[in-house]
Design a protein around this ligand. Structure first.
Ligand SMILES: CCC/C=C/C=C/C(=O)SCCNC(=O)CCNC(=O)[C@H](O)C(C)(C)COP(=O)(O)OP(=O)(O)OC[C@H]1O[C@@H](n2cnc3c(N)ncnc32)[C@H](O)[C@@H]1OP(=O)(O)O
Length: 291
């Protein structure tokens, strides 16, 4: 996995294992994953749905990556699922009878769900930076990320009802956990109305709004740098436990945490970090072992 991530540095061109993504390493321990079909508004084609899984599995196992930034190339973040590819893949499951066809359809949907669940399962935090439109599958994608940023011109649309389906790859499950108002989630999902940057910020979908894409990417890299400079044991344990706690009771979360830290507290990172803190040094001055 590690080799795959290294090999794909500055990809998108010859030698890259990906056709829909461009991967680079803008700074030590930071991986930038760019949705890279700008001429098709980064519409999520067949290649994209499987390449994201390969890419994030590789990132999960790469000790030289501690944090990921995701953004879109070109005019906007993404136009959602590729409507041209959709007909041939999702809408034509094979099977000798209804049971078998349905079974195959279920398998296809589960595979599509993996494309974004892999982001959540990756222990490295993922910062997503949205400019322009974020449509349909784009909302599924960003709700699986850990930190969401956008530009002032960004808009978000749970578009699925407009194309005749209930969103089935994460939005309906994760968006209610991201923004506090159930009523707002219902309104967005049932009407497919666009939500603009200011409302995205006030509702809690994004934590920061930037004037333009350049400022946003600089901001994303700054946040990523703060994360990458801290103990990977602490950071990855924090992500895993935050997600666990979101889906469990407080008592279950505390129990899981105790089990997690009974081993993870036995790390040199605690002593190194505590010492730096006593000496009023930044954690970024510490050299942590790779994880
Ligand atoms: C089990 C499956 C689970 C997944 C479900 C996911 C569901 C969804 O994602 S629902 C949402 C589907 N997306 C859409 O309905 C958006 C369609 N696109 C647009 O509305 C506009 O393109 C957009 C507002 C995003 C941008 O407009 P702009 O004027 O900037 O660009 P266009 O001139 O429209 O497009 C430029 C070229 O890109 C192609 N393209 C855009 N979107 C898609 C798409 N979703 N699928 C395929 N291709 C797309 C467009 O055809 C143009 O191509 P070309 O004519 O060759 O230049």
């Amino acid at each position: 996995a590690q080799v795959a991530v290294r090999a794909m540095s500055s990809s998108g061109g010859p030698g890259s294992p990906y056709t829909s993504l461009a991967i680079s390493q803008p700074a030590e321990f930071i991986t930038h994953v760019e949705l890279n079909r700008p001429e098709k508004r980064n519409a999520m084609n067949k290649a994209f749905w499987s390449e994201m899984v390969d890419c994030f599995n590789a990132i999960a196992g790469d000790p030289d990556c501690r944090v990921v930034v995701v953004s879109g190339a070109g005019k906007l973040f993404t136009a959602g699922i590729d409507l041209m590819d959709m007909a041939s893949d999702v809408l034509q499951p094979e099977g000798d009878d209804m049971a078998r066809t349905s079974w195959n359809m279920r398998r296809i949907i589960a595979k599509y769900q993996d494309t974004f669940s892999v982001i959540e399962k990756c222990p490295k935090p993922v910062v997503v930076a949205v400019h322009g439109a974020c449509v349909g599958g784009g909302v599924d994608l960003i709700t699986a990320c850990d930190i969401r940023l956008c530009t002032q011109d960004a808009w978000f649309q749970v578009k699925e009802v407009d194309i005749g389906l209930a969103a089935d790859v994460g939005t309906l499950q994760r968006l209610p956990k991201v923004i506090g108002s159930r009523s707002l989630v219902n309104e967005l999902a049932l009407t497919a109305r666009k939500m603009y940057a200011d409302e995205a910020k006030s509702s809690g979908l994004v934590s920061r709004v930037f004037a333009d894409k350049e400022a946003m990417l600089a901001g994303a890299l700054e946040i990523a740098g703060e994360i990458a400079g801290r103990s990977p044991v602490a950071v990855q344990g924090t992500k895993v436990n935050l997600i666990y706690s979101r889906d469990h009771s407080v008592a279950e979360g505390l129990d899981y945490m105790a089990t997690w830290n009974m081993s993870m507290l036995q790390t040199a990172d605690v002593m190194k970090s505590a010492q730096a803190s006593m000496e009023k040094k930044s954690p970024k001055s510490i050299v942590f072992s790779k994880l």
